[in-house]
Each structure stands twice: as C-alpha cells, then as structure tokens.
Design a protein around this ligand. Structure first.
Ligand code: GDP
Length: 364
C-alpha cells in the first residue's frame, strides 16, 4: 500500500516524513518496495505477530508494510504549472490514498505561505489544484469520446458519466463524491483522477495544543467539520511529537505515550486508519522459519491471497488450511486447534478474513 503525503509548504510534512523514515522498517526485508529518498517504509502495527512468533518459536517476524511517499512542492497554481506543478500531481497519481497534512499550529517563527493559519482555506487550496487537474483530464477524455461516439454508440453512457463528474468538479466537489455503479468505477479507473483517491486529513497541532486536547483547538474543530461534509476522516497529530517518538526505543516510547495519555503513536493510528479507509485486512502465515503478515483487500478469495506470496501459489492453488487467529491462540497450538476441528480446509471460493492463519497447498 502506498500513501502520498501532500500539503502546502511549511505545514509539517517533512517533520512527519522524518518521523516515518526514523521509525522505518528494515528496508532490506522489502525488496518489492521502491526505496527512494522520498519513500519511507513502515511496519503495520500488529500485536498478533509477536504472539505467533512466541508460539512457533519463529526465528523471523515480518510485518505488513505501508509505503509513505513525500510529495512536497504542491502549491497554489500547481495545476497551472506553478511550483513544480504537474510533476507533483503525477506523483499523486501513483499512490493508493492521500494523507493531506494541514497546519493547525500557530507560531510566528514559522512562516505560513498564505500569511495566516487557516486549515479550511488550506485544504481547499490543495483540493482545488487536484480538481483543476482532474477537470482537464475529464474534458480531454470527453472530447475524445464525443469523436468516437460518431462511430460507436457504446460511448454514450461513458459520456453521461463523465458529464456528471465534470459537473461535480466544476462545483468544487472531488470526483470521489460522484455516485456510481461498479461499471462506472471501471470507467473512472481508466481516467485516473486525483480527486478519486481516498483522503485522510492529518491535522498538525502544536505540542501544547495536542497535549491540552485537540477538541479545544478551533482550527482542528473547523477542519473536522469541513472534512465531515466530504465524508473524510481527520486525524489529530503532532508531527514534532512523532519525530521525537520515532527516535526512542520501545520502552521510552511507551512511557512517553503514557505520559501523554495515549495508547499508540499518531503514526500507528495513521497506518491503522489508512488500512481501514482502503478496506485492507491482513492474513498471517506462521512457522518456525518466519511469522508474517500479508496485506489484502477485504473480500479477496484464497487463491488471490496466496498469489500475494507467490504467483505459483495462485496458479497451482489446491486448498487453504485456515484457522482463525483467536481460535489458534485459545487452543495454544495448531495441533490442538486441529484436534478441536478448528483447522478448516477451504477451497478456491473461500473469502479470506482478517487474522486468518493460513497454510496454502498448491501444485507446482
Ligand atoms: P513542510 O514544508 O510541510 O515539509 O514543513 P516542515 O516539516 O519543514 O515544517 C515547517 C516548520 O514547522 C518547521 O520549522 C517545523 O519545525 C515546524 N513544525 C512542523 N510541525 C510542527 C508541530 O507539530 N508543531 C510546531 N510547533 N512546529 C512544527
């Protein structure tokens, strides 16, 4: 999963990104991730891995990971080529979801590009750049479709859909707000619009405001009210605190969080919420060599889940031996779970569940 961090300059993106890279998972374990200076890879927090590692006396534990891409440089006018303009917009095209950092901290020593702290104006500034860029894409596609329509009536419904998207964009609404059928979804996927991407707003508060309680911060509450209108989530965060946390060991981190009255870091919450936002779940594989979590979309069937491990597993899929994590832990071992009949044999139509502990059987 790839998340793009966007926001106006000086809102705390780099500070958050530093926290992410400091906290970063050992990238050597993840050859499939593109490691570039603007990419940070972090583990998806999952307590189940530690329990299974102990149960199986596993020598290696590999969490699922999320890639964060720092997409700096988005400014007012980007869609018209301001700043590094379209280059940054094209980076957004490559991510699964957007983490939009919005400044809610005051502080005269940090200059605000727009002259004052106003999170609602800032979120709209960035959102409009995405919408402008999308409008161009939609108009271009409409022109093309209208020419094709002369030879082929099948473009009619596509044109109707794109006109609806265009109207939404023109009234300042993101493409994701447009009602659609699964067929519409398939069409829109080919247009690759930026404002289709799911968004989480990260409200970056000062240390003081964060500790005092974000509910009291008027910038935060205004931002949340606006995000609610869009149906988007807002995560209160203090990038500075995250940066501090990311350089601590586990023990120090727990003390520091307890001191703040928190159970988990903002980064952990961000990862969990992104997972939920994107409809992702994890299944687990366990054995002595390795305990590992694998990311799949909710609704994925067993063969496709197996394909995450290796394409051969999907091609030669025979069956999956599955036990729910809770059942396994309650029984204390796989053998005990099998005795109790809790280890199931599932076929290719089985829909994977979060926390399934799985062994795939396949032909090579
Ligand atoms: P970017 O341009 O969005 O990447 O912003 P930076 O991360 O470089 O932050 C801009 C300035 O704001 C820096 O001087 C940071 O130290 C400061 N800053 C970032 N996050 C916080 C925060 O949570 N609280 C306070 N007080 N300052 C912050």
């Amino acid at each position: 999963m790839k998340l793009g961090i966007v926001g106006l300059p000086n809102v705390g993106k780099s500070t958050l990104f530093n926290a992410i890279t400091n906290a970063g998972a050992e990238s050597a374990n993840y050859p499939f991730c593109t490691i570039e200076p603007n990419v940070g890879v972090v583990a998806v927090p999952d307590e189940r891995l530690k329990v299974l590692t102990d149960m199986y006396h596993a020598v290696k534990t590999t969490p699922a990971v999320v890639e964060f891409v720092d997409i700096a440089g988005l400014v007012r006018g980007a869609s018209k080529g301001e700043g590094l303009g379209n280059k940054f917009l094209s980076h957004i095209r490559e991510v699964d979801a957007i983490v939009h950092v919005v400044r809610c901290f005051e502080g005269t020593d940090v200059i605000h590009v727009e002259g004052s702290v106003d999170p609602v104006r800032d979120m709209e500034t960035i959102n409009l750049e995405l919408i402008f860029s999308d409008l161009e894409m939609v108009e271009r596609r409409l022109d093309k479709d209208k020419k094709l329509l002369k030879g082929d009536k099948k473009y009619e419904s596509e044109i109707v859909l794109l006109e609806r998207v265009k109207a939404a964009l023109e009234s300042g609404l993101p493409a994701r707000s447009v009602e659609r059928t699964p067929e519409d979804d398939a069409v829109l996927a080919t247009v690759a619009l930026l404002s289709e991407k799911p968004v989480i707003y990260a409200a970056n508060l000062s240390e003081e405001d964060f500790k005092a309680g974000y509910e009291k911060n008027p910038h935060f509450t205004r931002l949340r009210a606006q995000a609610e209108k869009e149906g988007a989530g807002v995560l209160p965060i203090c990038a500075k605190i995250e940066e501090e946390l990311s350089s601590m060991d586990e023990e120090e981190k727990d003390l520091f969080l307890a001191d703040l009255g928190l159970e988990q870091s903002g980064l952990d919450r961000l990862i969990r919420e992104s997972y939920a936002l994107l409809g992702l779940i994890s299944y687990l594989t366990a054995g002595e060599p390795e305990v590992r979590a694998w990311t799949i979309t909710r609704g994925t069937k067993a063969p496709q889940a197996a394909g995450k491990i290796h394409t051969d597993f999907e091609r030669g899929f025979i069956r999956a031996e599955v036990v729910a994590y809770d059942d396994l832990v309650r029984c204390g071992s796989l053998a005990a779970a099998r005795e109790k009949g809790l280890l199931r044999s599932e076929g290719k139509e089985y829909v994977m569940q979060d926390g399934d502990v799985v062994l795939f059987r396949f032909n090579v």
